[in-house]
Design a protein around this ligand. Structure first.
Ligand SMILES: [Fe+2]
Ligand SMILES: [Fe+2]
Length: 129
């Protein structure tokens, strides 16, 4: 289970709130994926996860645009890659195929890496602006 830890904090309250929610949603998703036999529960958790990600990314991009963040084009690309991974996983589930715990975990790790390596530099930029 992943817990919110200070190394994930960007220092931007709105973004951190979103990321904290994401960690909780990912925990529920992992629990559902580990359950194996409860497909409806996993499908629901995947939908909640997708909805959160698809809401969070544009919010973050708007904030970056408003603040004139020079890293925005690269950040948009990173969001696009992550979005397609999320949409693909939901699509796999919708097709009736089994979504494995390892696939959920891989995606979760990619998101946490994104927070640490891509979102944090924006927070640093904000403190210097
Ligand atoms: Fe983010
Ligand atoms: Fe981001």
């Amino acid at each position: 289970m992943t817990r919110w830890t200070s190394d994930l904090a960007t220092g931007n309250p709105a973004i951190d709130r979103d990321h904290q929610e994401l960690v909780e949603i990912v925990d529920q998703l992992k629990a559902a994926a580990a359950g194996g036999d409860q497909k409806a529960r996993l499908s629901h958790a995947l939908d909640v996860f997708r909805d959160h990600v698809l809401r969070h990314f544009p919010t973050e991009e708007s904030e970056m645009e408003a603040k004139g963040y020079p890293g925005l084009p690269k950040h948009r690309q990173a969001h696009a890659v992550l979005t397609s991974l999320v949409v693909d996983l939901v699509g796999k589930d919708n097709s009736g195929a089994t979504v494995l715990y390892s696939e959920v975990d891989q995606l979760a790790q990619a998101l946490y890496r994104h927070i640490l390596l891509d979102d944090k530099p924006f927070a640093v930029f904000l403190t210097q602006a």
